[in-house]
Write a protein that binds this ligand. Structure first.
Ligand code: NAX
Ligand code: ATP
Ligand code: MG
Length: 387
């Protein structure tokens, strides 16, 4: 019965997707999909209630599989380059070249999964803006990524040149900004003060252009020290790990992390940030936009190899772009919580990564590496959303 119910939902969603873009679908189809999404979001931890974490924990779990099916576009032979989504990663410096690669290649792999002919359509989908030292290394990992060696660290710029160099860096990224569906700021960015100043300007430009921003890694270090960069921006997503979350709570809520009431604390943090979406990574991933809290507890992997967070940030960038295109809530009759594309993107990204990590661990056990998990992203999506 459960299987049949799942298949009916899948058929419904596939029908919706096959009927073309949502904009061109009939309003009846739209309403059906909205109803489904509303059902998916019916159980959540809402800011209005007095519920406590312990009481609501089971019902907070997002129906991640159905959300993934709802927001993943169908394989479409008519799609041309760029229509599947374009993501840019701002990160990569002398110390870290793996992190931006993991984020960018994950985004590219997921986007490619909905394109029939990657040779014709897959190029130019995933960009990396990094320092000059990091660029040749990142390029050598993958010829499919477009790598821009434009960021500068303090050691390579004289004080008197900093103004000019900064303007050049920002203009170079801005040239591309309109083409991106989302930017990911921070994987392997490092913490050089001059570089971070330039990245602050890039974030301001993205915000001005209404481009969603996923902030991870050292981007969170930057944001924790300059809250205004994302505060009140509904298209911002923060993806803190345990340390990054601790620093955010200390800075914004002015107290230590309280694990006894994790959902309420996350809700307060997102609210205090003016409605940005925060994905708190951990044994289970918790997601809040200040209105609602959802959890993803799908079994992942017991291996904690570095780089899984980077896969997550690249994946969230793609899924939130797809969710945004659905224009959920356009008819104004939806529940507010999980119709937020940034929340949907986080749920989908988290679920996909955890499933891929679990598949990789089945094969590689203790020797599982981040690259093995990336190899399983395709199967992980295929299992939920068959082509
Ligand atoms: N293979 C790679 O290239 C990887 C790089 N990563 C990147 O590594 C960076 C750090 O991420 P973590 O998750 O380790 O972050 P954490 O916040 O857990 O930092 C790790 C430790 O290093 C210290 N630290 C880091 N940079 C510092 C600096 N410039 N000055 C002083 N202290 C510093 C922190 O205070 C902390 O004690 C991020 O940019 C992240 O994206 C990770 O994503 C893992 C994979
Ligand atoms: N204890 C855990 N058990 C199961 N899964 C976990 C656990 N901790 C984190 N994860 C999963 O791993 C993913 C990455 O989280 P993690 O905390 O490792 O990020 P990170 O430290 O930023 O990673 P990175 O090394 O890429 O910087 C999250 O989506 C989360 O679901
Ligand atoms: Mg990280």
């Amino acid at each position: 019965m459960l299987i049949r119910h799942g298949m009916n939902q899948l058929t419904l969603l596939n029908n919706v997707r096959n009927s073309g873009t949502l904009a061109s679908s009939s309003s009846a189809v739209l309403r059906r999909q909205h109803l489904l999404i509303r059902c998916l979001s019916a159980h959540s931890y809402n800011s209005g209630g007095n519920n406590r974490w312990q009481e609501t924990k089971p019902s907070m779990e997002a129906d991640a599989d159905n959300i993934l099916r709802a927001i993943t576009p169908v394989l479409d032979p008519t799609k041309h380059k760029g229509q599947a989504g374009k993501v840019a990663v701002i990160g990569g410096c002398r110390e870290y070249t793996g992190a931006p690669y993991f984020a960018a290649i994950s985004a590219l792999k997921i986007v490619s999964l909905i394109l029939l002919d990657i040779a014709l359509t897959g190029a130019d989908l995933s960009h990396v803006f990094c320092t000059k030292d990091a660029a040749p290394v990142i390029k050598s990992y993958s010829p499919e990524l477009i790598v821009h060696p434009i960021l500068e660290e303090s050691y390579s710029v004289r004080d008197e040149d900093k103004g000019n160099v900064s303007r050049k860096v920002v203009a170079e990224v801005d040239k591309w900004m309109e083409r991106f569906d989302c930017i990911v700021v921070g994987p392997g960015l490092g913490r050089d003060p001059f570089l971070l100043d330039c990245v602050s300007e890039i974030m301001k430009q993205a915000r001005q252009s209404n481009v969603p921003i996923v902030v991870d890694g050292d981007g969170l270090f930057l944001v924790t020290n300059s809250l205004d960069l994302v505060s009140g921006y509904p298209l911002a997503v923060l993806t803190p790990n345990v340390n990054e979350y601790k620093r955010l709570v200390q800075k914004v809520l002015n107290r230590e992390v309280n694990d006894q009431d994790a959902p309420q604390e996350l809700l307060s943090l997102a609210k205090q940030f003016g409605g940005v979406t925060i994905l708190r990574k951990g044994k289970s991933d918790l997601i809040s936009d200040g209105q609602t809290v959802k959890s993803v507890t799908i079994y992942g992997s017991p291996r904690r190899c570095g780089g899984q967070g980077d896969i997550l940030s690249g994946s969230v960038a793609v899924f939130l772009s797809w969710a945004r295109r659905l224009n959920l809530g356009a008819e104004g009759n939806l529940g507010i919580s999980t119709t937020n594309p940034t929340v949907l993107g986080c749920i989908a990204g988290s679920a996909l990564l955890r499933k891929a990590a679990s598949l990789a661990f089945e094969n590689k056990k203790r020797s599982t590496l981040t690259t093995d998990i990336i190899e399983h992203l395709g199967k992980s999506l295929e299992d939920i959303c068959p082509a």
